[in-house]
Write a protein that binds this ligand. Sequence first.
Ligand code: SAM
Length: 402
Amino acid sequence: MEPVRVLNSGYDMHDVKFERYYSRAFFTSVSMPSSGVTNEGSDTRKRKRKRVYNLNEKEVLAENRHQEVRSVILKAHEAFQATVAPSLRNYITFDGRDDCVPSPSKSCSSMQNLGIEEGEVNFVELAALWQAPLYEFSFSKGQVDCEEEESRTTPMFNTIIKSSSRTSEVAECGACKYLLPKSCTFLISDISEVHRLIPVGDSKDGFNLMVIDPPWENKSVHRKSLYPTLPNKYLLSLPVKQLAHADGALVALWITNREKLRHFAETELFPAWGVKMAAVWYWLKVTVEGTMVSPLDLAHHKPYECLLLGYLPSKIGSTSEESVQFTGSREHADLPDKFVLISIPGDHSRKPPLKSLLSKHIPGQRHAERGLELFARELSAGWTSWGNEPLRFQHLNYFRER
Ligand code: SAM
């Protein structure tokens, strides 16, 4: 998958800038391992591998899981190298304009600044200010400078904002301009306000496809202060069941490679949400040369991440919250297990857009897709996006005019 091209389908007059989507490290690196399974790597990793120690119980389980999927990943990667990898560079093009050339110096300052460049908004910090309720978006349809169209304003936080426009639209907050894809809806709020998205009355207004990428507690995220994280108990209270469509929903949950998390997701989180496990997919991250971003068999660092997929069965009986009943799960034999999705990872741990891959597996095919992304940092055409910074990557700086 080439994520930028997928995202671009949501816009009619703009394209996502490759150099803002992809980590500049991929364009400036000179020595990546030639194969994902070699023992070549950085000095640090070589040193780490030489240390012999006994794996603890969780590490043994994680290693067993890795061994189960290793051959599937290798096979997918081999097929990718034989077909797509040789032309990978052609997918990622710079059009020769000055602002298209990746600059290592710019990259350093933006990394220190969490990638939020001058003039862009840090929504998480803004929401904590006492003035937060006073911030507003104003919209003007179509082009940024279109003055004839009627404009409207709406509070920035804790308000469901809908752009029913069939073309992309620009929202302004002071000097900041945000590009909204076609027919999108979003809510910028803390988790305590996510219930605002629960359909009132008819759960046919609910969502039949949900993608969830929680801010798992994680040392690396804490160290880099990438974003605030949430203890697992908060995730247990996400109203996934109440957000679901009456005819059920496909739920996709991103998890890290920690065995403790995988166990929690499978034995506590999915059951608490009423989700029945259906499949596991793997996102294999590759460099622009097509090699894996790190050797496949390192104990604590894998070049892939897992996506757990499950179904919320259809609801029957009364629609009142207390008496919602769930029937047994429908069979969804067409959802592949151990599917491997391969792409170059975006900057700031951005996940690849899953909409087109998942929409064919939603339950009740007669229904149009009603997609929801929880903990989103970008918007998606036709979908609802929620989180404390769903406009993070929508600033006009991330786009260029077509
Ligand atoms: N899927 C996203 C992407 O590909 O760019 C990454 C999501 S990131 C793992 C988790 C997000 O949850 C971050 O944007 C973080 O700020 C947000 N978050 C953390 N605590 C939150 C809270 N209490 N309420 C709402 N969102 C929160």
